[in-house]
Design a binder for this molecule. Structure first.
Ligand code: NI
Length: 171
């Protein structure tokens, strides 16, 4: 399997509505395997299907990254609760190359999602795991981390973003 092409900011698919996975056929494990390969090859720590041009609600996440961990997948993930405590930390995104910024997010979340067989799970995540999942679920909701940066930071990166967007539209 070859890695898939990463869609960068400016590509329409990143701003389009995503669809729930209804059928758990053989193409799902294959697609997820390909997402994982693409994520690893690109040195990403999370990936959402729209980033490879697919509008299904699927994400892959490098779980427990600090302890080496493993890559997990979530189908139709939905964040059902957030804790009150927030944390600011630096984020980047394969779809916004060359730009990083501080994003404030809740420290702990509860997520409902389905596995590769369609079985439903509800699980709590905290710290970096919670941050990556929130970033990837944002992708499924047409949101990029740059949308969550402070106004001052967005002004600072405005020209860089415009260049990236022009490049993506031409390519
Ligand atoms: Ni991203």
């Amino acid at each position: 399997m070859d890695p898939m092409e990463i869609m960068t900011i400016g590509k329409k698919v990143l701003r389009e509505e995503t669809e729930k996975v209804q059928e758990f056929g053989q193409d799902i494990p294959e697609f997820i395997e390909n997402m994982k390969i693409t994520m690893v090859e690109s040195n990403g720590i999370g990936l959402a299907a729209p980033q490879v041009g697919d509008s299904r609600k699927i994400i892959t996440v490098h779980y427990d990254l600090e302890k080496k961990g493993k890559i997990i997948e979530m189908i139709n993930p939905e964040i059902i609760s957030f804790c009150d405590e927030n944390e600011k930390s630096e984020e980047g995104c394969l779809s916004v190359p060359g730009i990083t910024g501080m994003v404030e997010r809740p420290l702990e979340i509860e997520v409902r999602y389905q596995d590769i067989d369609g079985n439903e799970h509800v699980r709590e995540f905290s710290g970096l795991n919670a941050r990556i999942i929130q970033h990837e679920v944002d992708h499924l909701n047409k949101t990029l981390f740059v949308d969550r940066l402070s106004y001052a930071k967005r002004l600072m990166i405005k020209n860089k973003l415009r260049k990236l967007e022009e490049k993506a539209r031409q390519g």
